[in-house]
Design a protein around this ligand. Structure first.
Ligand SMILES: Cc1ncc(COP(=O)(O)O)c(C=O)c1O
Length: 381
């Protein structure tokens, strides 16, 4: 068994070998610019990009012309939120989001507040749920965007996307969801779920880093956004810049693989996750699981270890690669705002660990981790 055991798949995933084999030729022999219309090099690249566009679209039930390639979910979130603000303001200035969103949504909203936007940050309940009623109550005449993530990256809680989408549709408000952590793990269909815009990222689903996409539903308010990158009018003018062909080819292949193995992976991951979670809860006293126990990502468990110093805890886990309930900013280690938002104390948030599993996780690794966590926590206590 290779140590440390990788249990941080929500941070990033390795590139799948099949994905790598597909994309490598686009760095060398097939190096063409997808925008070169006058020769074979360009046509080959363009064809590969269009195949990838179909593969991405198929994973979420979209049409190819609704997919805009970006550098990742951070860019996709920036593009839809800032882009729609720019086309809506000053007539409409209100955004609805949640306290537990990723910084790639929250910091964009904070930025826009300085420019005149008004933002409602909904507070989740103690397992991380946002309700339709909260969204309805927060809705105003001048609301132009509701952005609620599909599944939380730290605690895995899945939001009532379909219901919020239906409400947004009724009110003719754009509904965006950051589905970065959901794709490849649970089934997502943009039409059935009333989604107008959706962000996704390659490196969370076994494709390379630095590539992602934004889904923009045709004839929906999402398509009114103003581009945030001007230039050669690539991607139907929504995102200028020479396409990252190799990355896009990889993203497409990864989406195809994810679609074909979704059910199998989902079941396999939840069995392993449950084994890990039960193993830790039964063998280590004073522990609790964070997040919605009945409606969360199948690959993740976030566990608080009472009575342990958080910083020591993470430093002591040398043989497993996991992430903590805290984020290092340049100046200090802060407790996770997600865990604080669902009611954890600073102390408990520091002493919380996210274990996130992926398709290369084995049962032997889970068995090892259960024993290892028990030994480390007991030694610390
Ligand atoms: C929910 C969520 N949104 C956005 C991002 C940012 O994605 P990217 O690394 O592709 O910019 C992440 C990655 O950590 C994430 O988990």
């Amino acid at each position: 068994m290779k140590l440390p055991i990788y249990l941080d798949y929500n941070a990033t995933t390795p590139v799948d070998k099949q994905v790598l084999d597909c994309l490598l030729p686009f760095f060398s022999e097939n190096f063409g610019n997808a925008a070169s219309r006058s020769h074979l090099y360009g046509w080959t690249a363009q064809e590969a990009v269009e195949t990838a566009r179909q593969q991405v679209a198929d994973l979420i039930g979209a049409e190819t012309k609704e997919i805009v390639f970006t550098s990742g979910a951070t860019e996709s979130n920036n593009l839809i939120i800032k882009g729609l603000f720019e086309s809506s303001f000053p007539l409409k200035r209100h955004i609805i989001t949640a306290e537990t969103e990723h910084k790639a949504v929250l910091d964009v909203c904070k930025h826009l507040e300085k420019l005149g936007a008004e933002v409602s940050y909904l507070k989740p309940d103690n397992v991380g749920n946002i309700t339709l009623e909260q969204v309805q109550k927060a809705t105003r005449e001048d609301t132009f965007l509701i952005t609620v993530m599909f599944a939380n990256n730290e605690i895995g809680t899945i939001q009532p996307i379909q219901a919020i989408g239906a409400w947004a549709k009724e009110k003719n408000i754009c509904f965006h969801t950051d589905a970065t952590q959901a794709l490849g793990k649970i089934s997502v269909n943009v039409n059935e779920m009333n989604i107008d815009a959706l962000s996704l990222s390659g490196h969370k689903l076994y494709a390379p880093k630095g590539v992602g996409a934004l889904y923009l539903k045709k004839k929906s308010p999402a398509t009114h956004l103003m581009a945030q990158m001007d230039g050669g009018k690539h991607e139907r003018g929504f995102r200028s810049g020479t396409l990252n062909v190799a990355g896009i080819v990889g993203l497409g292949k990864a989406c195809e693989l994810a679609r074909n193995s979704l059910l199998f992976e989902n079941q396999k991951l939840s069995v392993l996750r449950d084994k890990l979670e039960q193993g830790i809860l039964q063998n280590v006293s004073n522990t609790q699981v964070n997040g919605n126990p009945t409606n969360r990502l199948p690959n993740l468990t976030n566990i608080s270890f009472g009575g342990v110093d958080g910083e020591n805890l993470l430093m002591s886990f040398r043989d497993i690669a996991v992430s903590s309930g805290s984020a290092c900013t340049s100046a200090s280690v802060e407790p996770s705002y997600v865990l604080k938002s669902i009611g954890l104390s600073d102390e408990l948030a520091y002493a919380s660990i996210r274990f996130s599993l992926g398709k290369y996780t084995t049962e032997a690794e889970i068995d090892f981790t259960i024993k290892y966590v028990r030994e480390v926590v007991e030694a610390l206590r």
